[in-house]
Design a protein around this ligand. Sequence first.
Ligand code: NAD
Length: 253
Amino acid sequence: DEFRLDDEVVLVTGAASGIGKAISEACADAGAWLALADKDVEGVEAVADDLDAETLAIPADVSDHDEVVAMVEETVEGFGGLDVAFANAGIGRLGQTVDEYDVDQWHEVMDVNLDGVFYTIREAAAVMDEGGRIVTTASVLSQIASDFPGVAAYVASKGGVAQLTKQAAADLGPRGIRVNAIAPGWVHTDIGGGAFRKDSGMDHLHEQMEEETIVGRLGEPDDLKGVALFLASEASAYCTGSVLTVDGGWTTT
Ligand code: NAD
């Protein structure tokens, strides 16, 4: 069916954990070959070993342009091409309010979350044929600010990702490459050094978030599988430049 990815080559950055790992599992189940990239070398090798698919584990830091070039080269050498790229790797850092936000931390977040996505889109698009698809992981914080303190760099980087996604859709449209973004709400992953996990000791915050979410719970990585397959496959043939919110209704009210 139109959601299948049989024998298609899919590259996922940030594949060792959380949302990237779930995306990789969904694509493997849909029949794809997986190039799994992460700076966590052991983690990404473990995911590659576990998947029931043709896999390549590629150590890569997406904030380093040369490493992104090598990542895409290795994918193409290993699998003979590239059909779908998920520019998913990202970091969360809780800092200070913007007037006191640490300048080095600002650059750390932007280097991974925005520069890394730019490099991944750039190098993936360069080797893609007509019909290629690129999917970024933005955030609901692409569109709104947060009363959660210390996320100035994160919010700015994700706003940049959403806009870059739209511009990439415009730039690459003539080549028949579609580019879309997933904008997750709050998902239980290891991001932010575990501050957002259920057992992090921030229970009061979790309870508040659950109350604010229409479906009555926070997200799990598996909740992103459907939208990932949709955007990676022919099922989304008429979508490009879209930013799809997947947040249980959190930002609806
Ligand atoms: P995660 O920490 O579980 O996974 C992120 C993965 O990216 C890790 O395996 C990490 O090693 C890798 N990574 C980090 N920096 C990297 C770099 N420079 N180069 C290569 N790999 C790198 O977090 P997650 O929540 O799964 O995050 C995935 C994406 O989802 C991020 O872009 C994040 O901003 C976005 N997101 C997460 C949430 C959430 O609530 N968890 C919400 C909205 C958006």
